[in-house]
Ligand binder design. Structure first.
Ligand SMILES: CC(C)(COP(=O)(O)OP(=O)(O)OC[C@H]1O[C@@H](n2cnc3c(N)ncnc32)[C@H](O)[C@@H]1OP(=O)(O)O)[C@@H](O)C(=O)NCCC(=O)NCCSC(=O)C[C@@H](O)CCCCCCCCCCCCC(=O)O
Length: 717
């Protein structure tokens, strides 16, 4: 709803009231219509201010309403009504003005913002475009290039940047509403005719065709297969080339297509899933809202390779004092330099001073005695990590949380090396750790709720979306990756090429196909893990393509034996012009190698089509996701989906693997897995899991109902 009062004698003040972000629900829209009517018909009122309750102007349309038929006054005519008002209307922008909230402000005749307010049109992240006139008014106000940037990236700008762009008329560091009221008094006598943005001509640009072509290319590359960014460009093009009324018609058509698309549903699901994962629970029944996190003022990071450096930077940027430790003095110096320049770059981007005094460096463990939390980020070697946890347990003060940045080793084994296993959790960051938004927080069988709450909270402070998961090999993300990679290798054995597999996966929307990704991260990483798992030993009398009783592809190992580790060596699944080169080119050597391999193992290459590549890779991955849910390693499908979108570049417009399974249809996923498992009975990951069968038997419920079919994990207390 909206509240109304008259202030300073002649200013009508409309306050949007819908906590927590004053989203434009049907009741709020009705409230605006009613209060505006009151203000315009009150002869004592000479000008109007619109603001939001509790220091937040407005977070946009109420996204929850998008899943049912729209009721209440529609937003477009409402904003039109504000714009055509005969009395000046001023938006007082505090906190946030996003999406429909900013569109409402664009309908006002003046905009006053707090310097720290955040303004933006982030609809593209919800699979939509700014569909209440935003795509038509914004370019008229700030020009086409700036509008293209804001609308296609969805990025927020501060009040200060908004002023530079011409998006707002004034910025203040004081009370925004008071300033807006003063401003409204000063313009009370000025007719607002010349202030109606819809009547502005779109600023001219010397080469519109090139501008839009470039923008289209960029959005297509950034989000392959996503409809919304393309529609955003098309709508802005309409603003630049058509009269306002026709532009609005084009905006409406494009919005109607997006609004009813599966992509919008997927992206809106992802929006709420990101928030849902914060409400974690553990098998013991411990929960996010009943567990108090421990305070973390000072932390130590051990191991300053790529991960340790990124983690240190993210901690400092979150305001935590850090001791960064590395035993090798030369590496310590290199790390210091790298961390300082990362902090400087980050600070420059955010327009603040770099907090270089928040970090100190050590080549020994002694400072561990005085920190609240330790994150080890040493080499992925269980023996090394165990030794470290023993030492830390003896050295740290009581209550220090001990965290491992392992990407898949057993957290319980590490905990068992310490005197207080309840203080041990996994904090699995993703590279580069100061950039990637995902954090898997891994609780072992003895981790205390407080240790989990502390890691979850610290992740949030570091700007991450933290997901609590159970302890198993690879946790959630890497455990699901295994069957996906395996299928890709098997497909090569059976007749296809890395180029074709990657093309199919990139067309699906992944930024990189599995082989290009593997070249980038280094083939030796997986090789080392397989070695440690004893997978490189061929049992006597067995085929090299069988290991530990199951089908196995030795292709990756054979490449590593040849020193082909990917980009860093200039050769991997592709060839590069030099070690460290980035442009992947098909490698005739590799094609010959694959042919030889097939001949050697009596395999006859057959034609593998697009559908088979996609289904075998993705359905094997989704099947593992169902197993993870069945095992209670993830609490719900949202947890898995958030991990995949934020950590493994699953395309957001496809929601995540579990959401996508629902979109495809669980029955179909089950049938196809059954089909492939019949063809390849020696691949256990293709055998449909029981939970998938159970869901199908129960009529394939929508993804938000799956939790009802999961076994309640047993309390371990
Ligand atoms: C605002 C934030 C930056 C705040 O962040 P913060 O970290 O402080 O808090 P949280 O993110 O945790 O949020 C707190 C709480 O609030 C919920 N929430 C936030 N925003 C919204 C919202 N907009 N709607 C509903 N709920 C919201 C959030 O879920 C949390 O609650 P929870 O219980 O989950 O913990 C941050 O929240 C943020 O970024 N919010 C989203 C901002 C955004 O994206 N806004 C844009 C919304 S879309 C929009 O505005 C569209 C408009 O352009 C146009 C609308 C016109 C509609 C016309 C439709 C025509 C369709 C035609 C179809 C024809 C079809 C046919 O032919 O039939």
């Amino acid at each position: 709803m909206a509240q109304y009062s008259r202030v300073s004698g002649t200013v009508g003040l409309i306050t949007l009231l819908n906590p927590p972000v004053n989203a434009l629900s049907a009741a709020v829209r009705q409230g605006i219509v009613d209060t505006l009517d009151k203000a315009l018909s009150d002869r004592k009122v000479k000008s109007v201010v619109i603001c939001g309750h509790n220091g937040k102007f407005c977070g946009g349309a109420d996204i929850r309403e998008f899943s049912s038929p729209l009721t209440g006054p529609p937003l477009i005519p409402l904003i039109q009504g504000v714009e055509s008002a005969a009395k000046p209307v001023v938006a007082a922008i505090d906190g946030v003005a996003l999406g429909g909230g900013l569109e409402l402000a664009l309908g006002c005749h003046y905009r006053i913002a707090h310097s720290k307010a955040r303004l933006g049109l982030p609809e593209v992240h919800l699979g939509l475009l700014p569909g209440a006139g935003g795509s038509q008014r914004l370019p008229r106000l700030i020009g086409v290039p700036a509008a293209l940037d804001l609308i296609t990236t969805g990025r927020h700008v501060t009040g200060a940047e908004a002023l530079q762009l011409g998006l707002v008329d004034k910025v203040t560091d004081r009370n925004t509403v008071d300033e807006a009221v003063k401003f409204a008094l000063s313009v009370a006598d000025q007719p607002p005719n010349s202030r109606r943005v819809s009547t502005f001509p779109c600023p001219r640009h010397p080469d519109l065709d090139a501008l839009f072509e470039g923008a289209m290319q960029r959005v297509r590359q950034r989000a392959r297969g996503a409809l919304a960014p393309v529609a955003c460009v098309q709508a802005i093009r309409a603003a630049a080339t058509l009269p306002y009324a026709q532009g609005m018609e084009r905006e409406r058509e494009l919005m109607a297509t997006l609004f009813t698309s599966g992509q919008a549903r997927a992206q809106q699901y992802h929006f709420f899933a990101q928030r849902a994962v914060g409400r974690w629970s553990m098998p013991s029944g411990a929960r996010w809202d009943t567990t108090k996190p421990g305070a973390v003022h000072k932390a130590m990071v051990i191991g300053l390779g790529t991960m340790g450096r990124g983690i240190s930077v993210a901690l400092v940027q979150a305001g935590v004092s850090v001791v960064a430790m590395e035993t090798n003095e030369k590496q310590l110096m290199e790390a210091k330099q790298a961390i300082s320049s990362m902090l400087e770059r980050g600070a420059k981007r955010r327009g603040v001073a770099p907090a270089l005094d928040k970090i100190r460096y050590s080549w020994n463990m002694e400072p561990a005695a005085d920190v609240d939390l330790v994150i080890e980020a040493v080499f992925e070697d269980m023996a090394l990590k165990k030794k470290l946890f023993q030492q830390l347990s003896a050295l740290c003060k009581p209550g220090t949380f001990l965290c491992s940045n392992t990407s898949g080793l057993d957290v319980d084994q590490l905990a068992s090396e310490t005197r207080h296993p309840e203080l041990v959790v996994g904090m699995h960051f993703f590279a580069p750790a100061h950039v990637m938004k995902l954090l898997e927080v891994v609780y072992g069988s003895r981790s205390s709720p407080q240790a989990v709450a502390t890691a979850m909270e610290l992740g949030k402070r570091m700007g991450k979306v933290s997901v609590a998961v159970g302890n198993c090999r690879g946790f959630v993300g890497n455990r699901m990756l295994k069957p996906y990679l395996e299928q890709a290798f098997f497909l090569l054995e059976e007749g296809t090429t890395p180029e074709f597999v990657d093309q199919v996966l990139e067309e699906f929307g992944f930024a990189m196909g599995v082989f290009r990704m593997s070249d980038l991260s280094g083939l030796d990483v997986g090789w080392r893990v397989r070695k440690a798992d004893g997978l490189l030993n061929v049992s006597e009398g067995h085929s090299a393509r069988i290991r530990q009783g199951c089908r196995y592809s030795p292709l990756g190992d054979l490449l590593c034996e040849q020193g082909r580790f990917g980009q860093k060596t200039g050769r991997g699944w592709y060839q590069y012009d030099k070690p460290g080169g980035r442009v992947a080119k098909p490698d005739p050597w590799l094609h010959g190698f694959l042919e030889k391999f097939r001949t050697q193992h009596g395999l006859v290459a057959h034609r593998i089509d697009h559908q088979e590549v996609l289904e075998r890779c993705l359905y094997a991955l989704m099947n593992e996701g169902f197993r993870i849910l069945e095992d209670g390693i993830a609490a719900g499908p949202e947890d898995i989906d958030v991990i995949y979108v934020l950590g493994y570049s699953w395309p957001p417009h496809r929601g995540g693997p579990m959401f996508y399974a629902g979109m495809v249809g669980l029955q179909k996923v089950l049938e196809r897995l059954e089909h492939y498992h019949q063809e390849h009975p020696d691949i256990p990951s293709l055998k449909p899991c029981n939970l998938l069968r159970k869901l199908v038997v129960n009529g394939s419920p929508p993804v938000h109902k799956w939790r009802e079919f999961l076994k309640k994990p047993q309390s371990q207390l």
